[in-house]
Write a protein that binds this ligand. Sequence first.
Ligand SMILES: Nc1ncnc2c1ncn2[C@@H]1O[C@H](COP(=O)(O)OP(=O)(O)O)[C@@H](O)[C@H]1O
Ligand SMILES: O=c1ccn([C@@H]2O[C@H](COP(=O)(O)O)[C@@H](O)[C@H]2O)c(=O)[nH]1
Length: 217
Amino acid sequence: MSNSTQKSSCIVIAIAGASASGKSLIASTIYNELKAELGIDDIGIISEDAYYRDQSHLEMEERIKTNYDHPNSMDHELLVEHLQALKSGNAIEIPEYSYVEHTRLPTVRAFEPKRVIILEGILLLTDEKIRNEVDMSIFVDAPLDICFIRRLKRDMEERGRTMDSVISQYNKTVRPMFLQFIQPSKQYADIIVPRGGKNRVAINILKAQIRQLLGQK
Ligand SMILES: Nc1ncnc2c1ncn2[C@@H]1O[C@H](COP(=O)(O)OP(=O)(O)O)[C@@H](O)[C@H]1O
Ligand SMILES: O=c1ccn([C@@H]2O[C@H](COP(=O)(O)O)[C@@H](O)[C@H]2O)c(=O)[nH]1
């Protein structure tokens, strides 16, 4: 539960888990289904990936070497600042990130305060400062081989990667950082969702819990 000292009517849900475990799919399913009940202005999704650090000062060959699965690659300070601003009723500007350029774009996404904010990202639960801002935390638990197959397909189709580059990054950083940081952060989850993004029973339970939290605010 949230340790935040600010009194807020905003509920923050964190969805963590391995890359390609189904976090975005669960987030967008909950968003689409609850938006019909709550209204489009009352629920929103924030991706932790938007908070990868800006690397525009680095050459491309340096950017490619960054370990994007280590907690230090994320600007969690800015994410915490943004969550606190939203809870205080202030709008924020979320950075836009390019997986192809490996840096922030010059554009931002304006985001108004909402009653429900769904955060999704691999490293969210590794950071106590983020955990303190969260009302309910979820860990999506899909087998790593399945995640790898999904990631290989997605990164080649959507993120401009070759098969060799996906395999090399997976062996060098994605898998080791999952084992070192992401998997142990499962201990901080309130709910563990097996099988990834299409677990209907889990999604219904999560929606019911969000409604209950809203009723308590
Ligand atoms: N349970 C599932 N069954 C089949 N495909 C899935 C399932 N969950 C996710 N996917 C697909 O796998 C890919 C990665 O899922 P995504 O939700 O984007 O992962 P993440 O946000 O955890 O990186 C997407 O193409 C998504 O549609
Ligand atoms: O420039 C970048 C930034 C991130 N990544 C990889 O993205 C995943 C996290 O995104 P998911 O949508 O949760 O899969 C992370 O594992 C990074 O390795 C990247 O390759 N390049």
